[in-house]
Structures are given as structure tokens and as C-alpha cells.
Design a protein around this ligand. Sequence first.
Ligand SMILES: Cc1cc2nc3c(=O)[nH]c(=O)nc-3n(C[C@H](O)[C@H](O)[C@H](O)COP(=O)(O)OP(=O)(O)OC[C@H]3O[C@@H](n4cnc5c(N)ncnc54)[C@H](O)[C@@H]3O)c2cc1C
Length: 575
Amino acid sequence: MAQASNIQSWDLEADVVIIGSGAAGLPAAVKAADGGVSVIVVEANYDIGGHAIISGGNVPLGGGTSAQKKYGIQDSPDTVFSDLTDWTVVQNNGWPDYRYNDREVMRAFADHCALTFEFLLENGVEFKPIAPDNQGGHNLGNSAPRENHCFWTKGAGYESPNNRAGTGLIRPLENSARAKGVRFLLNHKMTNFVREGEQSGRVVGVTAAYTPRIMPGQSTPLKSFRADGNIESTKPSVSVRAKKAVIVATGGMTSDVNFRRMFDPRLTAVLTVAGEPYTYQDASGERAAMAIGASLWGLVNQTLENGDNIRTQRVLATKWNYMTWELEFPLFPLVRATGLAVKDWHDLILVNQVGKRFYDETKGDYPHGNVYKDIDPYTPNDYRNNEHIHYHPSNYNFFNAAVAMNEYSEPPEYSAGPIWAIFDADAVKRNKWQVETPYVDPDGYFFSANTLAELAGKIKNEFQVKPMKGETLRATVERYNSFVDAGKDSDFGKPSPKYKIQTPPFYAAWGTPNVHDTRSGLHINAKCQVLDMNGQVIPGLYCAGESAGGFNQHGLGRCTTQGFISGMNAAAERV
Ligand SMILES: Cc1cc2nc3c(=O)[nH]c(=O)nc-3n(C[C@H](O)[C@H](O)[C@H](O)COP(=O)(O)OP(=O)(O)OC[C@H]3O[C@@H](n4cnc5c(N)ncnc54)[C@H](O)[C@@H]3O)c2cc1C
């Protein structure tokens, strides 16, 4: 913890210092610069963008945007506010979407949502020229379609780390920020907020450690796409003075195993996080803010079983299994494998670390989260909405089954351990999967053998605590094959299992679920100022995006909007 009196002289200074350059940090930087102040963005990674640059680029913003008006969609700030605070909306497993949202935070979002959309357009962000819809959205509100879609294509003039649409949101904002004089201190991780007193007075700056990213087999650190406006420093630690304010836009806490287990003790280290290893949501913003007295907020939203907070793997055979990786991804030497995309869950079975199936592989994660017309007819705040909800809790317990204790769950954490996809040579042929490097990672995340017993014996990595027994895996596969013959899965009800697992070689590929979103974080008010445990503003400290609490919605809409709000208010601080 740093106190201002401990800092002899500052290495750098700006009016507003922003920590993190993702979906919240970049809009905050641009908006603060628009307010006529100097801005430094401190970013731990070698390049800007955070999770946002490798995201799907689906941006939920409504409330009467120009895109909604163009397509005749009725919406308003009041409708957004009503939608996102409606206690009656629940998912088909009974969990509420909006009941625990903080009203003050939601009102601020509702009032700035459409303004943020226009601000993104003004700063070069391009959306597909189609009507806003529900695609890719979770917890968008029931009354209007609000999802807008960025795009990125090769040759757009800027580089995407993994050819993802989120680049179409982030690179234009970066261009705008640099053009407006924002400076970037990349490769530097904020370690402490500097406050006048240990737990009192203004926040007057930050300290940051030098964190270059050097890939295995390489000797020089990765370089950012653009260097103009970057502050070059290789000092192990720098101090950055913030004359007006610091904005925390560090993306949340899901990469911090101890932090995330405060919300759900089952989220042990075996689970990775979507967006890793490009950047990490490592709770450094929350921890540093808590160390100077900040409070957390809206904690239940992290545990709610909706909105795909935690997701089934989308690809197999790589540790970071949320998406397939391009060979030219700058961090590929760390990722090591593109991964194998699953098209049909009939091509494989999933087994736990013991070698036993645990669920119908075709069943999805938590319910998606409420979107436009999910409840139809819908009457805001009317408890009879529940008459139009199709309750079906048993359909959506895949994740709960995947992290259930099993015979190998051991003290002290009783972790459920990894999930392995088991398939055979026929499945490989059907999918045209390439089962060698660099498509799979044989160093702990992909195994093959000519018999199932041999395969079980080969499965070893840091999370598989004991060897899987060959006879268990063989019995599991034999039983599953008998379900294919019978046309019925009598254990878990997989509908008409299609393919036997019978042709060697046999394969085991990493298929452990992912944690996706941070939905609880620091206590903020309508201006995005951070509050302490007594509900008092910590002067000079703001927070935006996934690190801010009180708001249960997936992704880029709330982050960009809170970036806009915090940048505007930080620039207007009178000191
Ligand atoms: C694969 C993927 C797909 C997604 N698709 C969508 C989608 O289509 N639509 C949608 O709405 N949402 C999507 N999301 C979610 C969305 O990307 C995030 O909600 C959003 O990016 C969060 O914004 P943020 O600014 O809070 O964090 P981020 O965008 O993650 O940015 C945080 C930044 O802070 C930096 N940082 C962290 N700690 C420090 C520190 N101590 N010092 C300095 N820097 C630090 C990080 O390196 C990072 O660059 C997706 C996420 C992923 C991972």
C-alpha cells in the first residue's frame, strides 16, 4: 500500500490516469481527453484492448440510439431503466436477471446508453448496417432489441490479435485516443493506488511494475501494433501522478482463483477464463482499491446462474479452450495449439477425472439471460410475467454437474478436476480434425493411444490428481456404446446417441469449462466514483467496466458506457 508521503518524486504525471485499455478504459480515455485534460493509460499487456479486442464485438446499447431509430425500434432511457431493474424477470431455472441490480448504477447506465452509442460512432467505431437484435446478448432487457455488431476484416488497416470482431470496436477507439493526445504506458501493471493518507484523503496516483511479455523460445518482449504516443520505460517500478483522478478499468477478477472462490468455492484453479492468456482479469484493481478502503458491491450477481457467466468449452485440446486460436496470434507460443472445434456433441463423450460420464453432452450451460421478447406477452414489473416463463431447471445444469465432487475430489479443496473429451478415429475423420501439433497440445491437454486402458493411463497434467483407471474408462465407453445400440442413453438422457467410440486410436482432449464474466466488483455511484465501506466517496478514484459492481449484464455495453461516464466526470474534477 502506498501513501503519498512515501513518494519522493513522480516519474510521470497526467490529469487523469486510467488503469486498463479495454472496453471501459479506452472510452474513458477518449472522453476524458474530450474534456480537455491530459491522460495516461497504464496497461499491463504489451498491446491495448483487453478482453474487448478478442471479443465477439456484440455491443448492447439501446435507450433510443440512432440505429434503433433508423429501424423503427421504440426505446428510451426510462425503458432501459425499467427493463434492467425488473424483479419479475427470471430464467427458466428460476434465477432472476435484474433483481439485484443497483438502481443508482442502472439509472446512470440508462441515461448514458444511447449517448455512448453515438460517442462510439463519432470516434470511428463501425457497426454492421443491420437492425439491432438479440444475437450474442445476455440480460439485455425484454422490451427492445439492443445488440449492435462491430466487425473487423483483414485489410481494415489495423491488426487484430486473433482476427476477432471486437477489434472493430477497439482499434478505432485507440486511433481516436492517440489522435487526441492520450499517452499509453504499456507493459506496466498497476500495483498500488497512492492515497494522501493510508485510508483517507484523495487518490493522487498509482505505482506500476514493468511487466514485459516474452514468449517461450523468444528473447525480446512482444511489441504493440502502434508505438506513437507510447511512453517507453523499462524501470522495474514507476510512479504516475494523477492530478485529478484515477480510473480503475482493469476488467474484473475471474482470473484470481482466491477472489472468485469468495463467490463460488467450486471455481478452483482447474477452470480457466475466456480471454486468457491475451489478458487476465486478475482482481488487481479490486485488491488495490480495497487496500485503500474501497467496498465491493452487488455480490450476488456473480453467483447467479444465468447469462453464461460460466460456460462449456467451445474447443478441445488446448488449455485456453474458449476459442480456436490463429497460428499468427502473437501469443501462440504460449497457447501452443489452435484447438479442435466441436460441431456435434454426438462425436464424443465427456468424462470427469475419474473417467465417468456425468451429464448429457448436448445440453447447454446456464440459461442465456433475458433478451427482447423472451417473455411474451410482457408487462413490466408484473409478477404474473412468471406465467409466461417456461420453467425447465433440469435442462441447464451442465456446469453444476461438471464441477460436482467425484471419487477423486480430495482435501482441502475437493476440486472436481478436469473434464476430458473422449473420442475415436472415426470422430476425427468425420470432423477432419488434425490431431497433431500445432492443432492440439500434447503437453498435458491431448493424449492418444490404441486402447482405452492405455489412454486412461496416459492422461496426466497439473490438474489430474490421480491416474484415471483403465477399467473405469473402458466400462464407461462400453456402456455408452450400448446406448448407441439401444438408441437411448439410460444414464443421462442424451437424445438418440449417434456414434460408438470403437475405432482406434482413441483420444482424450481437455474439455474443462470456462469462467467468462465478472459481474460483481467495486461499489460505485452514478458518477462511477468508488465508495468506501461507509458509503463515502473515495476522492479521486473512479471505476468502470467489469471491475465495477451492481450490474448483471454481459459485456461491452455496460463497460463502454461506464467508461464514458467515468471519463467525463474524472475530467471535470475540481481539485
Ligand atoms: C472471448 C470473449 C468474447 C466476448 N464477446 C463479447 C461480445 O461479443 N459482446 C459483449 O458484450 N461482451 C463480450 N465479451 C466480454 C467483454 O469483452 C468484456 O465484458 C469487456 O471487454 C470488459 O471490459 P473491461 O474494460 O472491464 O475489461 P477488459 O476489456 O478486459 O480490459 C481490462 C484491461 O485492464 C488491463 N489490466 C488489468 N489489470 C491491470 C493492472 N493492474 N494494471 C494495468 N492494466 C491492467 C488488462 O490487461 C486489460 O487490457 C467477450 C469476452 C471474451 C473474453
